[in-house]
Write a protein that binds this ligand. Structure first.
Ligand code: RFL
Ligand code: PHB
Length: 394
């Protein structure tokens, strides 16, 4: 077996893994990244679209802000609506913070470009990833590379950035880890369409037929979501049915607002669940991003949480490995989980406020909550503070 040594072995080349590699390199810490998919597959996944203020601050501060500056679209807030009502929540007025429309695909491109320019070693299309000796100072990762060769990376620490299906979270012994999980009784049908957005800011719509969201990727690409029952086959939703449902739920014709349909280029159904695993560190294994927690997408927090984790983990590993100072590394799990639980609550709250559960009592509570959030400055500020994001380290 071919063996190499590095300081940090990073499992997963998604945003968490690649950003960690980038931040550690800036601190002078060497990493090797391993990824089970191809570079093209990871780059092409249509996922998150919204960056919160602290994510943008961190990307800018680490030299990744150039294209974001040019092509990202700063938004002041969102619309919240229900039949007959549309309200704008202005995060800048309420909290002084804003959000950016800049797709995860773009963040990933910027990260890959920066790491490639720096000569970063990334093994794509690997198999049989396994973690070893986590409770020692020389943990290792073994895998079979794209050419079929068996390899071992011996490191000072391992970063598990391998998302919700990777091997890292389950490498923490069962008697050490606690997990919390909630599966929601609905999914999202997400579509990407080659049509200019029909709105200047995102619209989150409560509707008796189910939740709908109008988001966007650029001046010419819209991203739209519809609440559908779990296990809905995409084939049940031909394009005409999608546009009709979006028009109804988003309020086409309401107060003169119109929605323009266009060619749909991508369509998929995604289930919604919440998951948290604690602790986020075991010995020399550190978990970050979706490997440690999943949120339903309603609060737009998944990618932002991954970035926040890595923003804490990079300095913690640098202090540990370069100066032998374990204080930040020892505090990492508790510090990260504080924000994770805040975002877990916010995502659950947004989700349960906006989706139809079929319970008439919950429906009245939702409408009461929506009226409060859109008419009281205190209510609106709470939503804005969470959506635009608390400072890293909160
Ligand atoms: P990722 O992106 O899943 O990357 C993990 C990587 O690990 C690899 N991997 C392995 N590598 C080696 N060996 C193994 N055995 C491995 N097993 C897995 C995987 O191939 C993968 O490349 O996790 P990361 O880096 O933690 O990033 C998290 C984000 O991707 C995720 O939280 C967001 O996309 C969630 N999310 C959203 N977040 C937001 O902040 N704002 C949004 O607006 C938002 N919208 C969304 C979303 C997620 C969505 N989907 C499909 C899940 C919208 C959607 C539709
Ligand atoms: C998206 O643009 O993909 C998006 C935006 C806001 C959300 C979830 C997803 O809450």
């Amino acid at each position: 077996m071919e063996e190499v040594r590095t300081q940090v072995a990073i499992i997963g080349a998604g945003p968490a893994g690649m950003l960690l590699s980038h931040l550690l390199a800036a601190d002078g810490v060497e990493t090797v990244v391993v990824e089970s998919r191809s570079e093209e597959y990871v780059a092409g996944r249509i996922r998150a679209g919204i960056l919160e203020q602290s994510t943008v601050d961190l990307l800018r501060a680490s030299g990744l802000g150039e294209r974001l500056e040019l092509e990202g679209d700063r938004h002041r807030g969102i619309y919240l609506q229900w039949p007959g009502q549309r309200h704008h929540l202005d995060f800048v007025d309420l909290t002084g913070r804003s959000v950016w429309v800049y797709g995860q695909t773009e963040v990933q491109k910027d990260l890959v470009a920066a790491r490639t320019a720096a000569g970063q070693q990334v093994h794509y299309e690997i198999e049989s990833t396994a973690l070893h000796d986590l409770e020692t100072d020389s943990p290792s990762v073994t895998f079979i590379d794209a050419a079929g060769a068996e390899r071992r990376i011996v490191a000072d620490a391992i970063a598990g950035c391998d998302g919700s299906f990777g091997p890292s979270r389950v490498a923490v012994p069962e008697d050490v880890r606690s997990t919390w999980e909630k599966v929601y009784p609905y999914s999202w049908l997400g579509v990407l369409a080659d049509v200019a957005p029909s709105t200047d800011e995102l619209i989150y719509a409560w509707h008796p037929d189910g939740f709908a969201l109008h988001s966007m990727r650029s001046e010419s690409v819209s991203r739209l979501y519809l609440q559908v029952p779990n296990d809905t086959p995409v084939s049940e939703w031909p394009d005409d049915r999608i546009w009709e449902a979006l028009a109804t739920r988003l309020g086409h014709g309401q107060d003169g607002w119109t929605m323009t349909p266009g060619p749909i280029t991508e369509k998929s159904v995604l289930p919604m669940h919440s998951f948290v695993q604690s602790p986020m560190r075991h010995g020399r294994l550190f978990l970050a991003g979706d490997a440690a927690h999943i949120v339903p997408p309603t609060g737009a927090k998944g990618l932002n949480l991954a970035v926040a984790d890595v923003g804490l983990l990079a300095p913690a590993l640098a202090e540990l490995l370069l100066k032998g100072d374990a204080r930040l590394a020892d505090a990492y799990s508790d510090t990260a989980l504080r924000r994770v639980w805040r975002c877990t609550h916010f995502s659950w709250w947004m989700t349960t406020m906006l989706h139809q559960s079929g319970d008439p009592f919950e429906r009245e509570l939702q409408l009461s909550q929506l009226r409060w959030v859109t008419s009281s400055e205190a209510g609106a500020t709470g939503l804005a503070e969470n959506y635009a994001g608390l400072p890293i380290g909160f």
